[in-house]
Ligand binder design. Structure first.
Ligand SMILES: [Ca+2]
Ligand SMILES: [Ca+2]
Ligand SMILES: [Ca+2]
Ligand SMILES: [Ca+2]
Length: 595
């Protein structure tokens, strides 16, 4: 995209077009936006604009920790190494010190809560790649040395809190790092493979029925690895299922190993209590504002029924009254997702179904009624819990893409519709607007604000914000910038950064965008108008608010005369101006105040 068209888009959304990059001096003066919000201790979860980040891929604030544990640290020898800036599956050096350095960058975009991938100590290397993502935990009591120390994490949280920004940890109860092996697969010493894994069979899952017939694996811990995990109870092989690898269906989804990761026996009371204690201790030591919970679908519901109320109750005793948790349930079905907010008592889940419907509307160009059909199922999330707050769809967590499925920009790029860069930019912006202004809490995936695209999911979607040395990242054509990922990408002038800052400002300005009851006003069976209202009833403390949000998913202007309510509405904001007040521009949105 050339500079002229970037300026015209900026102007269209009501932003100044700055022609020179911000100097170091002006960067220091970035506006502190979170400071204008209610104090973080009092703020509701629905007040937040989230930023989801892999610390290893963000910014290297301390090169002395790049190799992880010190060479003379015998206790943490397995948490040393795995550092290779040119390999997308290795550590790249980003850390908590770097995140702390860049808080102003996030604050200025309107971020009010940061969700970090797991920061606890990992096994540095496993099956040829590294634990840079944090999901291979060995030690649940300390921070991974690649990211910094416990003290550095506390400092990061202190600095974020000083800016009135919340910090959420990504936690795991389903599995630990891969330490336990099976003699039948890995031999008597557990050090290799004695079965043919060339066809991707790994260790086939042994079902409960097969166990009852006497078939089982012989688990072992390779010599020297007996005491790797912490707390010590995690080194007991009896607290794991030991039934082989999950094939993601039936009982294997709950009892199988996630590609070799040791799957905890979460039906046992000792495991429930042990995990509750681990995360109570984390709350006591670091005072985070909440948790995002990994692999929720792979743990039995009864575990969550105990775990979730126990931690929320405990956080209150630590003075964190609004402690909040949301789970990762990788499913596009509200019927299944909602079981975890109702039956399992987890306050919220990541709304994969929203991501899926939005992809159908904005990438596949299906009718906007795919969104109406999604929201028609919102009542599934409604419940009244005894121990924690009532749940409803307003608390769901919206996102456009993530570190597993890949970025929304990638979905657009690989679409058979062969979108031009201009079209990719417009559709990406509209997707983020839907994420902000539909019911649910928005999460910006780090790098999306700099036009990152990627080549797919997982490693291919975890690019560096600091100058990257990964060839397959650096050959990407980023959106709305002439930079590549080989450059530093903390550009506060980027169109997406500026747009998300505007969206965050609107989100904070109008309470109905955060708390309003959502009703679908208009949808159609082809691309075009999709309209919702967000209504807050008047109370003794506020006079209420009724907003109409109109999206146009089509590539041509649409008439607004289909919206009878709009006639009495006042235009508050529109992303693209038109000469005709009764029209909405292609791939744009508008917000009206209704009486
Ligand atoms: Ca570092
Ligand atoms: Ca294992
Ligand atoms: Ca499991
Ligand atoms: Ca590439």
């Amino acid at each position: 995209m050339n500079f002229i068209s970037k300026c015209s888009v900026l102007a269209a959304i009501g932003l100044a077009c700055v022609t020179s990059p911000l100097s170091q001096a002006s960067e220091a003066k970035l506006t502190a936006k979170a400071a204008t919000l209610a104090p973080y201790q009092q703020r509701d979860f629905q007040d937040e604009v989230f930023y989801f980040v892999l610390p290893d891929r963000f910014y290297n604030g301390d090169t002395s920790n790049d190799l992880g544990a010190a060479a003379n640290d015998k206790k943490r020898a397995v948490s040393r190494g795995g550092f290779d800036k040119s390999h997308k599956g290795m550590y790249h050096g980003g850390d908590l010190a770097g995140l702390t350095d860049k808080l102003a960058y996030l604050d200025n975009m309107g971020v009010s809560a940061i969700w970090l991938t797991p920061v606890l100590r990992n096994r540095a290397m496993q099956a040829g790649t590294s634990g840079y993502h944090g999901y291979w935990i060995l030690d649940f009591t300390e921070i991974d040395p690649h990211l910094g120390s416990n003290a550095e994490l506390k400092n990061f949280i202190d600095q974020a809190h000083k800016r009135n920004i919340k910090v959420f940890f990504d936690i795991i109860t389903n599995h630990t790092a891969d330490v336990i092996k099976y003699k039948e697969c890995h031999g008597e010493d557990g050090l290799g493979w004695i079965v043919d894994v060339s066809e991707g069979n790994d260790c086939p899952f042994i079902s409960m029925a097969q166990l009852a017939q006497g078939k089982h694996y012989s688990p072992l811990i390779p010599k020297g690895d007996e005491a790797l995990k912490s707390p010590a109870w995690l080194n007991d092989m009896d607290v794991y299922h030991n039934q082989g690898d999950s094939f993601w269906r039936g009982e294997s989804a709950v009892r199988g190993d996630f590609a070799g990761l040791d799957d905890l026996y979460t039906q046992k009371a000792s495991v429930v209590n042990g995990m509750v204690d681990i995360y109570k201790d984390i709350i006591d030591e670091f005072k985070p504002d909440g948790f995002r919970i990994d692999t929720v679908k792979h743990v039995n519901i009864e575990f969550w029924q105990q775990f979730s109320p126990a931690l929320i109750t405990h956080a209150k005793t630590q003075g964190i009254d609004n402690f909040f948790m949301f789970g990762e349930v990788y499913s596009f079905e509200p019927e299944l997702l909602s079981r975890f907010t109702t039956e399992a008592k987890i306050p919220s889940v990541l709304d994969f179904a929203f991501q899926g419907a939005m992809t159908k509307a904005l990438v596949e160009q299906q009718g906007t009624d795919v969104l109406a059909q999604l929201f028609a199922k919102d009542h599934f999330y409604q419940t009244e819990h005894k121990f924690i707050r009532n749940t409803n769809a307003n608390q769901l967590v919206n996102f456009t893409g993530n570190h597993d499925m890949g970025r929304f920009a990638y979905a657009l790029k690989q679409s058979p519709h062969h979108y031009s860069e201009e079209a990719q930019i417009q559709r990406n912006l509209l997707a983020h607007a839907m994420m902000f202004f539909s019911r649910g809490v928005p999460v910006i995936y780090y790098g999306d604000e700099q036009g990152f695209v990627g080549d797919g999911g997982d490693q291919a979607s975890r690019q560096d914000m600091m100058p990257s040395f990964v060839a397959s990242y650096n050959d990407d054509d980023l959106l709305a910038t002439s930079k590549s990922t080989a450059d530093d990408n903390f550009d506060t002038n980027h169109l997406f950064y500026q747009s998300f800052a505007k969206f965050a400002q609107l989100y904070q300005q109008y309470p109905a965008l955060r708390f309003g009851e959502q009703t679908v006003v208009y949808s159609q069976d082809k691309a075009g108008v999709f309209a919702i209202s967000r209504q807050m009833k008047a109370t003794s403390e506020s006079k209420g608010q009724n907003l109409l949000i109109v999206f146009n998913t089509a590539i041509n202007a649409q008439q607004l005369n289909v919206l009878t309510a709009k006639a009495e509405g006042t235009l508050l904001y529109r992303s693209v101006n038109t000469d005709n007040a009764d029209e909405i521009a292609p791939l744009s949105f508008a917000i009206y105040q209704l009486k």
